[in-house]
Design a binder for this molecule. Structure first.
Ligand code: GAR
Length: 208
């Protein structure tokens, strides 16, 4: 293989189990990309500890401190440029990014969502709320989706999906855990590899 790996920034807000799955996939499923930066919008996110343990630089960028969405996005864009990021992965990043931001990285931002999009997605559907809605509707199957991010919340092109069974007696927490274990932690590294490989090939073609 010629050329360098795609440089990945993972953006997080919380526990960071999806970040961990990506870290663990490096050199295995994730061959054409390397995580060179973690950005958190929450200083208490356990994901920051995971980054530190893996010796990956992390930055905390807080909207509250910067005062506006514009200033927040500007600070993120500057950090991404400083680290020459090729691919952004939203892994439990609980803030909506504007269309101006997503256009700057068209087809280079991925998000993992804990449902089978187009079901249970869009504004207001995040984290446990998704699983609560799935249980309230009496679904027998749910799952997770990795998709490109554009200006429509959870509306970008779907890259990969995996179904997961809803079991009798499930709580939102037990369902969240199964969807993570059986879907998110598997398809996110696979999708990250697909896109890292595409970007790597595009860079190589540009050099010819
Ligand atoms: C994951 O289930 C992820 O799919 C979800 O938040 C959780 C983050 O967990 N994301 C969304 O709901 C985005 N709409 P993690 O911090 O342990 O990866």
């Amino acid at each position: 293989m010629v050329g360098r790996k795609s440089r990945i920034a993972v953006m997080v807000s919380g526990g960071g189990t999806n970040l961990q799955a990506l870290i663990d996939a490096q050199g295995k499923v994730l061959m054409d990309g390397e995580i060179v930066l973690v950005i958190a919008n929450n200083a208490k996110a356990y994901a920051i500890t995971r980054a530190k343990e893996a010796a990956i630089p992390s930055k905390v960028i807080l909207k509250k401190e910067l005062g506006s969405q514009d200033a927040f996005e500007e600070a993120i864009l500057k950090t991404l440029a400083d680290y020459q990021i090729d691919l952004i992965i939203l892994a439990g990043f609980m803030t909506i990014l504007s269309g101006d931001f997503t256009k700057r990285y068209e087809n280079r931002i991925l998000n993992v969502h804990p449902s089978l999009i187009p079901k249970y997605c869009g504004d207001g559907f995040y984290g446990l709320k998704v699983h609560e809605a799935v249980l309230a509707a009496g679904e027998s199957v749910t799952g997770a989706t990795v998709h490109y991010v554009n200006e429509i919340t959870d509306g970008g092109q779907i890259i990969m999906q995996k179904e997961v069974k809803v079991e009798p007696g499930d709580t939102p927490e037990s369902l969240q855990k199964r969807v993570m274990e059986q879907a998110e932690w598997m398809i996110l590294p696979m999708a990250a590899q697909m896109v890292s490989e595409r970007l790597r090939k595009e860079r190589e073609d540009e050099c010819i």
